[in-house]
Design a binder for this molecule. Structure first.
Ligand code: GTP
Length: 369
């Protein structure tokens, strides 16, 4: 019998733009002495999230970040994931916790299955799966199936199905009634949720995110399978009681369950309607003009997410661009070297690259290709 200490793994999932990267950055800042290994999987050919997380990270020995840009993490056909995890296991004396951010278009169940597969189950234990929710978006009925199957709603539901912890994020401007409605909607879709937390700017107490130990390995001779612990371990209870959360509504049914492991794929593999592309411009951009152009483009085309870096001209600083649908946020980014080329990633459902390029070109008065 293998007596190695299992390394805990927390999976952070959530729809496009819900706040996963912001949550990770916060956890890094508040990690105290914990040494973290972080895997980031993005949908899109250039990686923005890992750059942002890296900006907040420190020494390599304390926080080490592994990128999987444009890749699939943790699928049978993926060639990077298992070797990366095994390399982390090989330096286990220097790793206290592994965090995996899945892409906004991936299902956490795929990662969960890999963790309990033969290659990894002797080294890792799933700690918890955390789903971050864009609460205003949830309330906006975008996640409802109004007419037929809504692919956005379907993905959101399947991400929530595996969640142990749901973080209702972006709650800054919501009142109690809206929060209760959001909670009801989450509970309908997240049968396994153990903790429902409110977050502003995706900030979560690290004790609520790491070391929850909501799963335990059950080992038989030939297979490994996780089962959910029937209740929270004692020492956590006091900590959790101090968390801000929905008044008196934080806990849910604690019935044991096993996770559905049949849902392996990135949604975009099953449904080619999901698209991602990069547009670039070598002309200097103005923050206000670009923001207005992106807003307009997001209203004209089904863009669900835009992000990247824009350049404002020689000797001027770079901008960090973050768009979730028509909500566009552009701010100076001191960490980014000034340069010439602006580069933005767009993700959407049946979104047209040429139409978005034409709109941006027209609205910014500079060529985007
Ligand atoms: N107003 C508001 N904005 C937030 C909050 N949390 C995150 N954001 C913003 O939402 C945008 C997306 O946040 P990210 O953390 O990049 O989201 P993500 O889930 O990693 O995005 P993808 O990886 O692209 O799916 C950024 O502009 C954040 O600053 C919040 O609580 N309130």
């Amino acid at each position: 019998m293998n007596m190695k200490k299992l390394i805990p793994v927390t999976i952070v999932t959530g729809f496009l733009g819900s706040g996963k990267t912001t949550l990770l950055r916060g956890l890094i800042e508040r990690r105290q002495t914990r040494r973290l290994a972080i895997l980031i999987n993005e949908f899109g050919e250039i990686s923005i999230d890992s750059t942002l997380v890296r900006d907040g990270a420190v020494g390599d020995d304390e926080v080490r970040i592994h990128d999987f840009a444009d890749g699939l993490i943790a699928y049978g056909e993926d060639e990077q994931f298992v070797p990366t995890m095994l390399a982390i296991a090989a330096r286990r004396a220097n790793v206290d916790h592994v965090l995996i951010e899945t892409s906004g278009l991936a299902l956490p169940s795929a990662v969960m299955e890999q963790l309990q597969g033969a290659a990894l189950a002797d080294d890792f234990i799933l700690d918890a799966t955390i789903a971050v929710v864009d609460t205003p978006l949830l309330l906006s009925d975008q996640f409802e199936h109004a007419a037929g199957v809504n692919p956005v709603a379907a993905m959101f539901e399947r991400q929530l199905e595996s969640a142990d912890v749901v973080v209702l994020n972006k709650v800054d401007e919501l009142d109690d009634e809206q929060l209760l409605l959001a909670e009801t909607r989450v509970r309908l879709r997240a049968p396994n949720v153990r903790f429902l937390e409110l977050a502003r700017r995706a900030q979560l107490d690290i004790r609520l995110a790491l070391g929850l130990r909501l799963h335990q390995p059950t080992r038989t001779e030939h297979e490994h399978a996780y089962t959910l612990l029937p209740a929270m371990p004692g020492p956590q209870t006091g900590v959790l009681a101090s968390q801000s959360r929905l008044n008196g509504h934080a806990h849910s049914g604690l019935g044991a369950h096993s996770h559905g492991l049949a849902t392996h794929k990135h949604f975009h593999e099953q449904d080619p309607g999901w698209q991602s592309f990069v547009l670039r411009s070598d002309a200097p951009q103005s923050s206000a003009t670009l923001a207005a152009a992106l807003r307009e483009a997001a209203m004209a085309e089904p863009i669900l997410r835009s992000k990247g870096f824009a350049q404002t001209g020689e000797g001027q600083g770079a901008l960090l661009v973050q768009g979730v649908r028509a909500r566009i946020d552009i701010k100076a980014d001191a960490a980014r070297p000034a340069g010439k080329r602006s580069e933005l990633v767009f993700i959407g459902y049946h979104v047209s690259r040429s139409k978005v390029a034409a709109l941006l070109t027209e609205l910014t008065g500079s060529s985007w290709r």
